[in-house]
Design a protein around this ligand. Structure first.
Ligand SMILES: NC(=O)c1ccc[n+]([C@@H]2O[C@H](COP(=O)([O-])OP(=O)(O)OC[C@H]3O[C@@H](n4cnc5c(N)ncnc54)[C@H](OP(=O)(O)O)[C@@H]3O)[C@@H](O)[C@H]2O)c1
Length: 270
């Protein structure tokens, strides 16, 4: 059995723990600590041990998952005695590997990753990055842990994690935002709230599943539902006139810049 501990048992940690517990390969012994005991009863009932401190939680762990808010990463890690051979997996947004190294050991084995909230349904996607001091076994362990809640993709440059944060980390909110606008439009067009919501959600799921099932480029999928002179074309033409595509790209660039700024800010907390 492989021992995995979680520092923090908030929303994202809970999603990953649930994913691990629900995965068919039951090969993890899980321990966690969180000062907020909201999820304690539920997790203990599922076989997760609840430690009295972070130090106790990480004892003899093969992998330690840091799942506190980014601003707490420095104070929590600086207090912790972690062995450099223990794999530290940080999901904290905007906290760089060099900061994590500075707050632990110079040779600490570290994976920085960025999951997203559909992890709760095991439909997340996680970007992972590490320096080259990890063994293949540790890399496989990180992949297996994060695969329990969805897809995984390793990147070779740390800056790509900031881009992933902007694209898929924050991404579920962009789709919710679009669906909100579709529901509001439906209401203004005279549909009931319930029907508008069902239409927006079912259309989002259907479109995403079509995109996943097809090898055709997204542009082709869009063109396939855009008959010349038809209703979809009227909507797309309006969005193009309003430069919606530019706004969406710029919004994602803003998110990336924020991730970079946060990395700098948290990096100063040493
Ligand atoms: N949610 C997302 O979409 C998402 C996506 C990707 C990455 N992340 C990253 O995941 C991390 C956790 O986010 P989250 O949404 O799960 O936040 P969260 O629900 O607030 O979870 C963080 C947990 O850490 C606990 N905590 C505070 N101090 C602690 C300590 N000293 N030791 C152990 N635990 C402590 C908090 O307890 P209290 O509430 O009592 O403070 C809270 O339960 C963040 O770094 C975030 O950047 C989140």
């Amino acid at each position: 059995m492989t021992k995995v501990s979680f520092i923090g048992a908030g929303n994202m940690a809970y999603s990953i723990i649930r994913g691990l517990l629900d995965s068919p390969r039951k090969r993890f012994v899980i321990t966690t600590y969180d000062p907020d005991e909201t999820k304690r009863e539920d997790l203990e009932a599922r076989g997760v041990s609840w430690a009295k401190t972070n130090q106790e939680a990480i004892k003899k762990s093969d992998a330690v998952i840091l799942a506190v808010k980014p601003q707490l990463a420095a104070p929590v890690l600086q207090k912790l005695e972690i062995d450099s051979s223990q794999l530290l997996i940080s999901i904290a947004a905007g906290v760089s590997v060099s900061s994590l190294t500075a707050w632990t050991n110079p040779n600490q084995c570290i994976v920085r990753c960025m999951p997203n909230t559909p992890a709760l349904l095991r439909k997340g996607i996680t970007g992972l990055f590490s320096r080259d001091n990890l063994s293949e076994l540790q890399k496989d362990l990180a992949t297996e842990l994060m695969s329990s809640v969805g897809e995984t993709s390793w990147v070779t440059e740390e800056s790509e994690i900031d881009s992933i944060t902007a694209l898929s980390g924050s991404g579920p909110a962009y789709f919710f935002f679009l669906m909100e606008q579709m529901v509001e439009a439906g209401l203004e067009l005279g549909l009931s709230e319930e029907l508008s919501e069902n239409l927006a959600k079912a259309t989002a799921v259907g479109a995403a599943e079509m995109a996943l099932a097809s090898s055709a480029p997204l542009t082709e999928l869009r063109q396939n539902v855009t008959s010349p002179g038809g209703t979809t074309e009227a909507a797309i033409n309006y969005m193009e006139r309003k430069e919606v595509s530019i706004s969406i790209k710029k919004a994602i660039f803003e998110a990336k810049q924020k991730a970079v700024d946060l990395s700098r800010e948290f990096g100063k907390t040493q």
